[in-house]
Design a protein around this ligand. Sequence first.
Ligand code: GRF
Length: 193
Amino acid sequence: MVATIGILVGSLGRGSNMKAIVEACWRGELDASVQVVVAPKPEAPAAMWAQSAGIRVVCLSREYPNYPTELIKALSGCSLICLAGYMNLLPTEVLKAHPRSVLNIHPSLLPKYGGKGMYGLRVHQAVIDAGETETGCTVHYVNEEYDEGEIILQLKCPVLITDTAEVLAARVLELEHRAYPQAIRRILTRYAS
Ligand code: GRF
């Protein structure tokens, strides 16, 4: 059975992980299709790309009074939900409606450099400041805490002595684009067996 994926993006997100998932589906690397992209506003870059790719886009702001209910409605029919640049905790109601079916990607080797406020260049700067020689990205299940759910897959890359946070972010982002589709494939294989 073809899995149906819903992707949640943030207002600032470029949507590059979203694209990586969509393109992996298009290439037939995943037995899945992206059914909906939920974005906080229509002018979010990810929302604009999804729209132009013919994917259903639902715009929902967290300020909306019935946000959890509306989000559940937007995601109905999705067997897997992928957070890609979604910066907030997901309402508990949504997690309950989709048990063990919500994934996130984080640009570090969790449990290191995760948690509230750890996003974007801050993560990579912290990795450099700590003198790490290796970093990477993590795809994990989402629970009620920031970056704490069970880890599904990690990919690693070196930290070079000359790296700035920006250079390191670009290296890790390339890994992310491989890691997210790989993790989804792993999960779909588990469901199928
Ligand atoms: C990625 O670095 C991801 O790890 C984090 O948010 C960023 C989203 O980037 N959760 P993009 O919008 O997918 O390019």
